[in-house]
Design a protein around this ligand. Structure first.
Ligand SMILES: Cc1cc2nc3c(=O)[nH]c(=O)nc-3n(C[C@H](O)[C@H](O)[C@H](O)COP(=O)(O)OP(=O)(O)OC[C@H]3O[C@@H](n4cnc5c(N)ncnc54)[C@H](O)[C@@H]3O)c2cc1C
Length: 397
């Protein structure tokens, strides 16, 4: 069953989105609807990646919508890539790797990579023929990235990387991982990260899938790095400006995670509304009962608010205002994660027993929507950020 679209007049307005972006939405939605959630969940249940969709989206130029045109990208901004992910998710095909490969890794390389690194990576990331994933989370650091202990030591011209990462998405289908490490002489207690591109086949690089309860074609992995030897040019950007460079990649990550959540929310709302219009067990369709209609209407309002916030975040980021984009991206990610969880819950309820069948594909979204509440930064850490940076409240940790 393909998900009906739930586009509202506000977002359809030229005032909010250019005709080009509206056309991009329509074209991506058409592609996504040709595959739909039955395809996507079927792939996940078979333990396979959604390769056909990924390849077609790459060929059409959607995967690299945000990357510079001179390196094979679409020449747009993160706003465009967020449209791609939101529409694919709405159609039932939320490609999680869009959050990491073109959004984080592509952005960091495009903004801070050398000419050689850009030529080596960006065309492949843009057309989807190459994939780079991203690893920052560590078992003993979690939300506290200041505690990461993966270390990069110099050995002559080379680097040696040692450490452990968890929950890295998509390693089985990537060419390389962009890892956040800290340089050895930077152990001051403050995070001074440095970013390294590590080929997956490098000696000393091992990974193991984490059994997850998610129905998703993308798996999560723990990683062991044992003196992985890297050439000097594995370092992306400046060793001393790593934090700035990292934040440049993390804002797109939040905007894309918000788009991921919004796609799930719109998919669930679309399915619930469609069902509620026809399912009749008394004298009217169940959607006439306000006990169902009002919570669904509330979800529609809150989805729209989160979408507008994400459009604001994308706009600020694409205008180069990293600081303002940071606040907006955090707020959008929070709002989208919350409304996605509420909408899926309400959608499952609306379908009664069918809400839990594989046929309708809604129950699988229950776990999926939790991702937007936990990653890449938990809702509690977003609230901490807003409490401290927006409200100026003291910090408890
Ligand atoms: C499906 C999925 C995909 C992922 N993909 C990637 C990936 O590709 N690359 C990658 O690097 N990581 C990835 N992650 C990891 C993700 O970013 C982390 O799970 C997240 O940052 C939270 O870290 P943690 O799980 O260690 O939780 P913890 O940091 O242990 O937090 C546990 C709980 O404590 C709360 N908490 C912690 N500190 C505070 C505080 N100061 N105040 C209030 N509450 C607090 C948190 O909000 C949370 O509720 C992924 C995770 C998932 C689930």
């Amino acid at each position: 069953m393909s998900a009906p679209r739930t586009t509202t007049p506000t977002v359809g307005s030229r005032l909010i989105e250019t005709p080009e972006r509206q056309a991009l939405r329509r074209a991506v939605a058409e592609l996504g609807n040709r595959y739909g959630s039955a395809y996507f969940l079927g792939k996940a249940r078979a333990g396979e990646a959604a390769e056909e969709l990924w390849a077609e989206a790459g060929k059409a130029g959607y995967l690299g919508a945000n990357l510079p045109a001179e390196y094979g990208g679409g020449g747009g901004g993160i706003t465009d890539l967020a449209i791609v992910l939101e529409e694919l998710g709405t159609a039932g095909c939320p490609l999680l790797l869009l959050v990491v490969s073109p959004a984080i890794c592509g952005t960091v390389i495009a903004r801070f990579g050398t000419e050689e690194q850009k030529r080596r990576w960006l065309p492949g990331l843009a057309d989807g023929t190459r994939r780079m994933v991203f690893g920052i989370t560590e078992p003993d650091a979690g939300s506290n990235s200041h505690r990461i202990s993966t270390v990069a030591r110099r050995d002559g011209e080379d680097w040696l990387l040692t450490g452990r990462k968890v929950f890295v998405s998509g390693i089985d289908h990537c060419d390389a991982v962009l890892f956040v490490a800290r340089t050895e002489d930077a152990r001051t207690g403050k995070l001074r990260p440095a970013l390294f591109v590590v080929p997956r086949e490098a000696p000393g690089f091992e990974y193991r899938a984490i059994p997850m309860e998610l129905v998703s074609p993308e798996k999560q992995f723990q990683v062991f790095l044992d003196d992985v030897r890297l050439p000097a040019d594995a370092l992306v950007g400046d060793e001393d400006a790593g934090l700035l460079q990292l934040f440049a990649g993390l804002n797109p990550e939040r905007i894309m995670t918000a788009a991921f959540s919004l796609g799930l929310a719109r998919q669930a709302l679309g399915k619930a509304v469609e069902y509620a219009k026809t399912r009749t067990v008394w004298s009217t369709p169940i959607g006439a009962h306000q006990g169902l209609a009002h919570p669904l209407a509330q979800c529609a309002v809150e989805i729209e608010l989160a979408r507008l916030m994400n459009q604001k975040a994308g706009l600020l980021y694409d205008e180069g205002d990293d600081l303002a984009a940071g606040e907006a991206a955090n707020m959008a990610k929070y709002a989208a994660g919350e409304v996605a969880a509420r909408t899926v819950d309400q959608a499952v309820q609306t379908l009664g027993g069918n809400g839990l069948t594989q046929e309708y594909g809604l129950a699988a979204l229950i776990a999926a929507t939790r991702v937007g509440r936990v990653a890449p930064v938990s809702r509690e850490m977003v609230l901490n950020y807003v409490a401290q940076h927006t409200l100026g409240l003291p910090r408890s940790y």
